[in-house]
Design a protein around this ligand. Sequence first.
Ligand SMILES: [Zn+2]
Length: 194
Amino acid sequence: MADYNLLQNEAVIIRNDNVYHPIGKKLGELGELVLTNMNLIYVRKGIFGGTKETLKFPLNQIKKFDDKPQITLGKSENGYHQLEICFLNSQEYFVFNTFGKKEALKWLDKIWELLTGHAAELDEGERSYIPGIATVADTIKNTVGSFAGALGIKPDGNKKENVTIRCISCRATLSGAKGQIVKCKYCDTEQTLK
Ligand SMILES: [Zn+2]
């Protein structure tokens, strides 16, 4: 456990030493995330494990909207669950390497508790951590897509054919999708394009 330089009235609530704090698109090395009653502390580790830097993010700098702390659960580009926190001066991301969403939710709730006195207000979908409902749905969609592709059905294969006809009443030129009912803009006669 690194030295967090805690204040006298500051106490550690939870910690996790499998957390990335990406710099730009780079995940960097795994570091340690610590939640105290006053700060979120990130201990960045060097390649050889030693402490490279200790970052402190005061909890009272977390933005609130409608009394709701601006913290969301998101996913990093490489699919890890991450906490996305809006501080007054910056947006910070903490990526959980292990226990994914469950762990991210735990941190979200703890931070909410400290700031509001209760757990985070999330709907059931946001709380569920049945592995990747969204991912499964995506996979099915993609599978159906490639299945159709294998049969030679293009996704836009049912696109209507465009036709140009002469108005049945005034002989003006009308065009549009075949089968569509149109009103001639010259004589107002309704007719089907065929
Ligand atoms: Zn007409």
